[in-house]
Design a protein around this ligand. Structure first.
Ligand code: TK8
Length: 339
């Protein structure tokens, strides 16, 4: 009898303690932020994600925790975007180019040769035009915090050195899932195939595709030099990345929590752009050392390619709206005038 009573009392005590513990645990339970990205941990994207995570944790006193998940383990960009919209994932960083199906104005950043140096990139992306395009995401269920630098894109392939326009003929080239990239490379004569980044290494390795285009940093961090012999310096477009939040989730946060995320995003952006530029300035030499054969285009060939690529400008102007297109051109004229 006593034993049973004692057991019951003990059980009740445990239950009461258990209940109060779980209330306490709930109070201090940090908000977990699943933050997905496509490249590996050792890439510029991985390094900047770590900076973001540390800044969030520090500023929130540990109440907000970033669980960074790289190498497209949460799926390619387009899948993560949908998870954010649905509220199944909190955050990600990815290419603006894969967002075009959601917000057509993002196609502005796909314009070949729009941006010609990092200064123009920073002013355009962080200024009113970049903000305006970013704000368009809200009505689609996404909040854009900041743009990171992916960088100037260059061409690699396993078939032959591309020294003139005609060398593009018949090269099976992976492009991002984006119409401007698709038409740009078709215009150049390549056999362009849209494909998620997460499938790219395998496709290059098995020769499902012959080539791809990405900044030096990515060619290096994703080890494309193992499966691509030739690199042509084309700098054909400046690509941004964008840090995104699920709007469904964002709307549940306090103003203070939103500020923690925004401040940390800016810290990570400043770090990321510098880190990416430092790495890019050394990466070409690294790629050569890894055995890649690198060639620059003669000025005549570069301008032949450039002229071909400007043919897609009308399509982009129509897609993003002529007002935005003209405003961007005017802004660039202004930036270029202030030396
Ligand atoms: C990484 C991609 C990558 C992009 C591409 O997820 O797909 O080629 O340049 O950086 O966003």
């Amino acid at each position: 009898m006593t034993i049973i009573r004692r057991t019951l009392v003990a059980a009740a005590t445990v239950a009461v303690l258990g209940a109060s513990f779980s209330v306490l645990a709930q109070d201090i339970k940090p908000r977990i932020i699943r933050f997905g990205y496509g490249l590996n941990e050792q890439s510029n994207q991985g390094r900047a994600t770590k900076v973001f995570a540390e800044a969030v944790e520090k500023a929130s006193g540990g109440k907000m925790k970033v669980r960074a998940i790289g190498a497209a383990a949460l799926g390619p960009d387009t899948q993560m975007q949908q998870a954010l919209i649905g509220g199944a994932q909190e955050m990600m960083v990815g290419s603006t180019a894969t967002l075009v199906g959601i917000t057509k104005e993002m196609a502005l950043w796909d314009t070949p040769f729009l941006i010609s140096n990092p200064k123009e990139a920073d002013i355009l992306l962080d200024g009113p035009i970049g903000e305006k395009i970013k704000d368009k995401l809200q009505e689609k269920g996404l909040v854009g915090l900041v743009y990171w630098e992916n960088g100037f894109r260059n061409l690699t392939n396993s078939k032959r050195p591309v020294t003139k326009l005609e060398d593009m003929d018949g090269i099976k080239l992976r492009v991002m899932q984006n119409n401007v990239f698709l038409s740009s490379f078709k215009t150049l004569g390549a056999n362009a195939v849209p494909m998620a980044f997460s499938e790219l290494f395998g496709a290059l390795e098995t020769k499902t595709v012959d080539g791809q285009e990405n900044p030096y940093n990515t060619i290096l961090s994703s080890k494309f030099y193992e499966v691509q012999k030739y690199l042509t310096v084309t700098n054909h477009v400046y690509s941004p990345w964008i840090v995104l939040v699920s709007k469904k989730w964002w709307d549940q946060l306090s103003k203070a929590e939103q500020k923690v995320l925004m401040d940390a995003a800016k810290t990570s952006r400043n770090y990321e752009r510098k880190d990416t530029r430092d790495e890019a300035s050394k990466a070409m030499a690294d790629l050569k050392a890894k055995g890649m054969q690198v060639n620059e285009l003669s000025p005549a060939e570069a301008s032949r390619m450039r002229n071909k690529l400007t043919q897609v400008y009308t399509q982009i102007g129509n897609d993003v709206g002529m007002d935005l297109w003209n405003e961007t051109q005017a802004e660039l004229v202004k930036i270029r005038a202030q030396k």
